[in-house]
Ligand binder design. Structure first.
Ligand code: VG1
Ligand code: CO
Length: 566
């Protein structure tokens, strides 16, 4: 206990116009946070002010980070501001580390009012990289649009913030630290907790951990390779997969969280998780996985680097939920997928006779569906899957799901996926990202496209590419009405759906920090198993040609191709 009460100060500040949260959280280059006066303070005050004063007084919040550069500085400021704004208690991960799913889990477990996660997710970190702030609400999920809109509004008119600049905490020491503040009756309390404990305890209740352990340690031991990409997942991989589930220590790679992620993109896909891909190609390992910096995304690879497309991963998980004790107990109520995610999930849902909810991109749209008991499993094409065990996508949970399926079915990753395709047909899928475009050019491409595809005559268009003819069945600018609270989200991407179920989607990303990123998603369906082992980009070539022709994206941007293909 401090002897002298700590002063609470009110500091004048000037608002910024650009503090608008995106698909999940608020992201900018680290330089902006470091060089623009009160840039972090303004945003944090806007988050805290968005919580009704009565709810805020004495409440508990959770704070964590993916360990990227500037996180520790930011945590210190957040602690000082939380205290000055009447928050009663903060739960913080040791050394500031908590994965996004772990924060969601702790918020729910201790009934906190919400949480702050310092991460720009899969965006690179370090002084030249990005920094970001996710804000989650009491159900453990990302703040919905109503809340992020409010935060943005406050940030545009903010005049002052409250802070206790003399308050110092020790992030490395697990335990309770208490502080007496000036003008406050109750002491302000900070609890530093182990980053993994609460999350691991939750996993133990969802899975048959012994079955996974036997798979990883039994006589026919499955050799796995797990890449934490130098992000927050290192401690989770070591504790959960190695210590708890028995995988040998050399199964885990890049498990020390680094402030700049070792200079790599902490993005689990075939472009950036090349270390894992190379290791898997060696043929020694039967299962590989990588995570993004904050641990909500994952990529699964099978023997020899067999790639599991994230939309397929979601569909395969959906079809095999009965392998998991949690779903055997809870039953399966419905599925959710973001609009661009392939419709492979829909075929499984049809067979299981459960509804599918098609939402805009971003996990926040799933929370209402889960809270109201409509939805058990959700996923996105961007390497994210999760269930109603919490309110975030959950990378390590997805890995344990896959290991459970392997244990139950006694098959390899490739066999599981091939069997799935044989039963349901294969949805070929790929995404083209055109990053850092001039924002005006990108907006005009989308405007012109929208005008073209929503014109009446477009509805009867046929596109002949080689021997294949694609007939347009439906086009629209995707709009979502939340079935629980009726909130309408407009302009969530342009869709062209063809008569054979193939789709082309155009969408502007809302998670980047440089210029504008335009994404093109292409999907086509193939029922015949003899055609299930082709290169996705070859199969999707005709659809991509149509997308490029319609958008004129290369001509209008001067680009010769996408920045990243997944
Ligand atoms: C991207 C993904 C989206 C995901 C979001 C946040 O958004 O496409 O599916 O929910 O990132 O993921 P956008 O607007 O750039 O397409 V994370 O792991 O960064 O929280
Ligand atoms: Co992430």
């Amino acid at each position: 206990m401090e002897i002298n009460p700590i002063p609470v100060l009110t500091i004048q500040t000037v608002p910024y116009e650009d503090q608008k949260p995106g698909s999940n959280g608020f992201r900018k280059s680290t330089t902006m946070f470091e060089s623009k006066k009160n840039y972090l303070q303004n945003f944090i005050q806007s988050v805290l002010s968005s919580i009704d004063l009565r709810d805020r007084q004495g409440c508990t919040m959770v704070v964590g980070s993916d360990g990227r550069y500037f996180s520790k500085t930011a945590i210190e400021i957040i602690v000082q501001m939380a205290a000055a704004n009447g928050i009663g208690r903060l739960i913080i991960g040791q050394n500031g580390l908590l994965s996004t799913p772990a924060v969601s889990c702790i918020i729910r477990k201790i009934k906190a009012i919400g949480g702050i996660i310092l991460t720009a997710s899969h965006n690179p970190g370090g002084p030249g990289g990005d920094f970001g702030i996710k804000f989650n609400v009491a159900n453990g999920g990302p703040a919905p649009d109503t809340v992020t809109d409010k935060i943005f509004q406050i940030s545009k008119t903010i005049e002052e913030y409250a802070i206790c600049p003399d308050l110092r905490i020790d992030l490395s020491r697990v335990g309770r630290q208490e502080f007496d503040l000036e003008n406050k009756f109750k002491p302000f309390r900070v609890e530093i907790v182990d980053s993994v404990d609460v999350y691991l305890n939750m996993l133990r209740t969802l899975f048959d951990m012994n079955a996974i352990k036997s798979l990883l340690t039994g006589p026919d031991q499955l050799k796995i390779r797990i890449d934490a990409m130098n992000g927050v997942m290192g401690p989770y991989v070591r504790r959960i997969l190695c210590d708890e589930l028995g995988a040998p220590a050399n199964s885990a790679m890049n498990c020390v969280p680094l402030e700049d992620f070792g200079g790599q993109y902490p993005d689990p896909n075939l472009t950036y998780a090349t270390g894992l891909l190379e290791a898997m190609k060696g043929g020694e390992h039967g299962f590989g996985a990588a995570f993004d910096a904050d641990g909500d995304r994952y990529m699964i690879l099978g023997e020899n680097g067999f790639f599991v497309n994230p939309s397929d991963s979601l569909a395969v998980i959906a079809a095999n939920l009965s392998c998991i004790p949690y779903f055997r107990q809870m039953g399966v109520r419905g599925f959710g997928r973001s609009m661009p995610t392939s419709t492979a999930l829909d075929r499984v849902a049809k067979a299981m006779k459960v509804p599918v909810y098609e939402t805009p991109t971003g996990w926040k749209y799933f929370a209402n569906l889960m809270d109201s008991g409509r939805c058990s499993l959700c996923g996105e094409e961007s390497f994210g899957t999760g269930s109603d065990h919490l309110r975030e996508k959950d990378g390590l949970w997805s890995v344990l799901i896959w290991l459970s399926i392997m244990a139950a079915r006694k098959q390899t990753i490739e066999e599981i996926v091939q069997d799935h395709w044989a039963k349901f047909g294969r949805h070929y899928y790929c995404r083209f990202d055109y990053e850092a475009l001039d924002p005006r050019t990108a907006i005009f491409i989308m405007k012109d496209l929208e005008a073209a595809i929503t014109e009446k005559s477009f509805a009867n268009q046929k596109f002949a590419v080689g021997s294949h003819v694609f007939s347009v069945e439906k086009t629209d600018s995707f709009e979502y009405v939340d079935p629980v609270d009726g909130t309408v989200s407009k302009k969530q991407g342009l869709r062209i759906i063809f008569a054979d179920g193939a789709r082309i989607i155009f969408r502007i990303s809302a998670s980047g920090t440089m210029g504008t990123t335009l994404r093109i998603y292409a999907e086509s369906y193939e029922k015949d198993p003899s055609n299930h082992n082709k290169e996705p980009q070859t199969v999707l070539g005709p659809l991509i040609a149509i997308a490029l022709k319609l958008s004129q994206i290369h001509e209008r941007t001067g680009r010769k191709g996408p920045t990243v293909i997944t």
